[in-house]
Every structure is written in C-alpha cells, then in structure tokens.
Design a protein around this ligand. Structure first.
Ligand SMILES: NC(=O)c1ccc[n+]([C@@H]2O[C@H](COP(=O)([O-])OP(=O)(O)OC[C@H]3O[C@@H](n4cnc5c(N)ncnc54)[C@H](O)[C@@H]3O)[C@@H](O)[C@H]2O)c1
Length: 382
C-alpha cells in the first residue's frame, strides 16, 4: 500500500514508518520538523540523541534496502500538501502531525491559539486534499482517549446508544477534554465526522491512550534509528518521566494524590494498531472510532511500579506528591471499552517489570543528557 505517515519524525510516527516499511508498504513521511523546534524553544531535548531525519532514513535504507521518501513541510500549507498528494497518491494517510502536549497548549494564549490552529487547520487541509485528490484514501487519524475526559459511566468506542423521552439513537460519545490541546482533537473529530458524511471520506479515529516505551524491533537495529524519549514537564508523559527521574536520582513527582487514572499502551502496540487499521479500512463515508489502549493505571500505580523496579536495580526512587498544576479530578471512576482493535488481531504488550527495566536501562545509558531543571512542571492550568 502507498502510505503517508504525517508526523513521521516524531515519537509515534518514526517507529510506525519503519514498521510499515518493513512490512513492505511504500512509506512516505511528511513532517515540518516542528517538534525539534519546540525542544529548542523550551531548551529541552530527547534523552536519546536523535539524528537528522535524512540520516535516519538513509540508515534505514542502508540496513534494509527499503526506501522511505520524505517531504519536509507543513500540513497548514495547502499547496505543499496538495503537491505531496499529487506525487504520492496515498491509499492510506496516517495523521500523527499535530502539537500533542497538553501543558504546551496551556502555557499562554499564543500557545493555545497555535495548538488549535496547527492541529485543526492541518487536519482540515488533509480532509480537503483527500476529497480533491485521493477520494479512496483511508484517513487514519490519531485522536486521544483524553477527548472523553473522566465521565462517571463507561467510555464506549466513539458512540453511545441513548434513550431520551421514549426515543433511541446512537450518538457520538460526549467529550469532556481537559486542555486546549485535547479540545483541538475533539474539533478534529467533529470535522472528520462531518467530512465523512458529506464527501464519503473513509476515516478511522484512533483514540489513543498515553504511549510509553522507547524501542521497537526496527528502532533497535541501529543507534541512528533510536526513538525519542521525552521527559520534561511539558512533553514528558508520566511513566517516561518517572523512569528518567528514577535514573537520575530525582524523586518521582506525582501530581496531587495520584488517583488520576488514564489509559496506556506500549509503542510496539501503537505501530501494530496503525497497521491493523490500514489493513482493515473504513468504508466510504464511515467515521470509525477505535479506543487504542491496552491497560489503565492511576498515576500513583505507575510511580509505585517504577519505584519497585528501580529499587531492584539499586536506585533510590522515593515518591513525592506535588501540588497538581492541572485542573482535573484526582478521585474518579474510569472504565473504557477497547475491544475493536483486539477483535481485529491486536495482541497487547503489557506493562511488566521487564518492560520497565528495559526502558530504564536505555535511559541510564544516556542519563548525562537529562536537563534536571526541565523535569518539574512549569505550566499551570489556572
Ligand atoms: N505520545 C502519546 O502518548 C500520544 C497519546 C495519544 C495521542 N497521541 C497523538 O499521536 C500523535 C503523535 O504523537 P507523538 O507523541 O508522536 O508526537 P511528536 O510531537 O513526537 O510527533 C509529532 C510530529 O508531527 C510533526 N508536526 C506537528 N505539526 C505539524 C504540521 N503542522 N505539519 C507537519 N508536521 C507537523 C512534528 O514535527 C513531530 O515530528 C499526535 O497527534 C498525538 O496527539 C500521542
């Protein structure tokens, strides 16, 4: 299949591009390299050193003989996007290319406006490009479980049957996102659903949980193929941040009581879920939603797990509770359905002590790159 991976220089996109290329697909990456610029803006970095994109794809070709084409440009620039569609004629478009940090979107007005503009307009351009140039192309869009928030009832996969005043309908599941970033994803979902209805576009919204991990079979092949691992208070997700804190002798900083429960998955399952979606495309006009996660944990659960593994490795890993910089429930019900990807063949990699130990070892090998001042949260929701 001819597959575009937009955002293919990022944490999820890079291993997905390699995996799909290994499976024999003709992969093209689009990326404007903005993730690298945000690191510069925040004076931050990935714990693992990330080579320039050109060097990464050249190394992949040298090792495997497989070519990954790259187009450096912005989804917000429609002329650029249209040209890529003309040249590639994609059968599937995997869309990772968004600003994905909730804290980044909450820094100030400029960052909130930038996030919604970058994400919503970029996605709208993708929808128009599909309509105009590749109407059969299957859009595989990365959404997030954070779109749903934490309702006091079970979270369904995209839709819920509601009975109201004696009548029934199947309606989009209510969304209660917790940041301007998460809101951008909800706006995207609405735009995609509408485009499917009016233009007959085929789309799968992958409502992904928080992704942890570092390596996949492909990124392990050479140090130049290594994936990024973010740990700072803005882009680092809880589990990766705790592992880096454990590796550098820092307390594991749980926000508030730590009762916040979220859905998680391993990066190795992210790449497989995208493949499953690509191999089983939505029908024309269908807006399909899959909840893409394998397990859920509270923040306190994660800190306890990391602390236990770190101590076995001879590291000090005390747990500290910080005042929560976010506005969110810390004690709540959480139960979400995730059967659709499993029914199509996903075999989850679960969060075992061995998995945690592997990531910890990789982090320890690069711990001199960690910038300590960046670990604690610098953005508040208020
Ligand atoms: N990482 C997670 O835990 C997680 C969880 C749920 C959903 N997601 C979603 O998955 C996607 C990928 O996340 P990630 O962690 O790989 O993020 P990332 O920041 O590492 O990668 C995103 C990539 O997209 C590129 N990009 C951003 N805006 C662009 C634009 N306008 N034009 C072209 N390229 C652009 C960036 O340069 C970057 O390389 C995002 O949409 C994110 O919302 C991620």
């Amino acid at each position: 299949m001819r597959i575009v991976v937009a955002g293919g220089d990022g944490f999820c996109g890079w291993p997905t591009a390699l995996y799909l290329s290994k499976q024999g697909h003709e992969v093209t990456i689009i990326d404007n390299l903005s993730r690298r610029k945000w690191d510069n803006e925040l004076h931050s970095n990935s714990v693992t050193p990330i080579a320039p994109l050109e060097d990464r794809v050249n190394k992949w070709k040298e090792i495997t003989g497989k070519e990954i084409k790259t187009y450096i440009g912005d989804l917000n620039h429609y002329d650029f996007l249209r040209e890529v569609f003309r040249q590639v004629k994609p059968e599937a478009f995997v869309h990772f290319a968004e600003q994905r940090s909730a804290p980044y979107s909450m820094i100030d007005r400029e960052h909130a406006v930038f996030t919604q503009q970058n994400n919503v307009i970029g996605n709208l351009n993708v929808l128009y490009a599909i309509k105009e140039l590749a109407p059969e192309c299957h859009l595989i869009k990365l959404g997030t479980m954070g779109e749903y928030g934490t309702p006091n009832i079970d979270i369904e996969e995209g839709y819920i049957e509601i009975e109201h005043k004696g009548r029934k309908d199947v309606l989009p599941y209510p969304k209660q996102p917790g940041s301007f970033y998460h809101l951008s994803k909800v706006h995207d979902s609405h735009n995609i659903m509408f485009a499917c209805k009016i233009w007959g576009i085929r789309a799968t919204d992958l409502n992904q949980g928080v992704v942890y991990g570092l390596h996949t079979e492909e990124t392990k092949l050479d140090p130049m193929l290594v994936n990024r691992i973010d740990y700072d208070g803005v882009f680092g997700t809880a589990l990766n941040r705790f592992l880096i804190q454990a590796a550098t002798g820092h307390e594991l900083t749980v926000y508030g009581t730590g009762g916040q429960t979220r859905a998680f998955l391993n990066i190795e399952d992210t790449v497989r879920c995208v493949e499953i979606a690509a191999e089983n495309p939505a029908d024309r006009g269908e807006f399909r939603v899959f909840n893409q996660f394998t397990e859920y944990f509270s923040v306190q659960d994660l800190a306890d797990k990391v602390s236990k593994v770190a101590e076995k490795e001879g590291l000090q890993a005390e747990i500290a509770h910080l005042e929560n910089p976010r506005v969110e429930a810390e004690d709540h019900y959480y139960h979400a359905v995730n059967t659709k990807l499993r029914d199509l063949g996903l075999e989850p990699h679960l969060l075992t002590d061995d998995v945690l130990r592997d990531i910890l070892q990789a982090v320890l090998a690069h711990k001199d790159r960690v910038i300590q001042e960046n670990i604690l949260p610098s953005t508040t929701w208020k």
